[in-house]
Design a protein around this ligand. Structure first.
Ligand code: T46
Length: 136
């Protein structure tokens, strides 16, 4: 459960004279069964989202429009990704603290997620997250 396991994945893209289509399938580009999809839109450019980690949830985040930053932290190391292309996704494993900022105008963050919404899966307090990481 380290940031080394959080990677940019390439979606399948098919291009013809009508434009491009990007494809994400469970077990092919996405390393889990997708049970939920949500997306962030109309995000003010000054907004910060995230600010939590998940106990078990896995996600792939995709900038289907525009761009934004994803800052990730496994309790020991940190890394920042700038997502800016609809053919790329950032795969996040469990126990990764994430913060999103730097949203461009009109950006949309699509999330493909491994489970249904469950507030009990969230760490919303960084110190609690870090304490559990250190206890492992
Ligand atoms: C993540 C980042 C990238 C639901 O009721 N169902 C849902 O599926 C989701 C995702 C959220 N909610 C509720 C919970 C809150 O009352 O919607 C409200 C806003 O959620 P939250 O503050 O968690 O939003 P973000 O953008 O900070 O975080 C979300 C995801 O929760 C999180 O898993 O990684 O996007």
């Amino acid at each position: 459960m380290s940031i080394e396991n959080c990677k940019i994945i390439d979606l399948q893209v098919i291009n013809d004279h009508r434009g491009k289509i990007a494809i994400a399938e469970s077990g092919i580009q996405v390393p889990f069964d997708i049970k939920r999809v949500y997306y962030l839109f109309d995000v003010p450019t000054s907004a910060e989202r995230g600010g939590h980690a998940h106990r078990a949830l896995q996600q792939v985040l995709i900038a289907v429009s525009g761009s934004f930053n994803v800052h990730i932290d496994d309790g020991y190391n940190k890394r920042t990704f700038n997502l800016n292309h609809p053919s790329k996704g950032l795969s996040l494993c469990p126990m990764i603290w994430r913060e999103l900022d730097g949203f461009s105008g009109g950006s949309v963050c699509l999330a493909l997620v491994s489970d249904h919404y469950n507030e009990n899966d969230y760490y919303r307090n960084y110190e609690d997250f870090k304490m559990d990481i250190r206890a492992r």
